[in-house]
Structures are given as C-alpha cells and as structure tokens.
Design a protein around this ligand. Structure first.
Ligand SMILES: [Zn+2]
Length: 86
C-alpha cells in the first residue's frame, strides 16, 4: 500500500479497488502508516474530508476514516479524503 501511495494521492476507495482490500482495512493500514511513517523520514499527506453541504474541512481530524456528520451543518455526505506519502 505504501508503494501505491507514493505514486500520488488516492482515496480510500481508490486504494480499496487497486489493492483489493476492504475500505475498513485500508483505514487501518493508513492509520498505521500515519503513525509509523514519520520515523522513517516520510509522512502521510492527507487531503482532508470535506463537507458537501458547507465546505467544512476536517483538517484537524486525527482519525482518518469517514466522519459520520458535519459538525457545522449536519450534512452526512463528504468529498472523500485523499492520501499520499511524501
Ligand atoms: Zn457542513
């Protein structure tokens, strides 16, 4: 998965499809990469989840998985977060 992320930003769905891994597993792996990459001189770059209702971005969100609801407007649809390793 790390090799895939080095090729450019991908959403969890992209990763899920490309690697035939369930999205839930993708987030588990991403969380691991997020916590371990720094020690190896690279880092997980995150383009955060964004609310389709008001544009609120989950920039400070420490969890990587999809938010359940926008805290600002209660919308439940989001532009997906994209991940890469830089
Ligand atoms: Zn919103």
């Amino acid at each position: 998965m790390e090799e895939f992320l080095r090729q450019g930003p991908a959403t969890a769905r992209d990763i899920s499809r490309a690697l035939s891994v369930p999205e839930k597993e993708v987030f588990r792996h991403l969380d691991h990469i997020f916590r371990s990459a720094a020690g190896r001189g690279s880092r997980l770059l995150i383009s955060p989840w964004r609310c389709k209702g008001c544009g609120f971005t989950f920039a400070s969100r420490s969890k990587l998985a999809k938010p359940s609801r926008c805290p600002s407007c209660k919308e439940e649809r989001f532009e997906p977060a994209a991940f890469s390793i830089g």
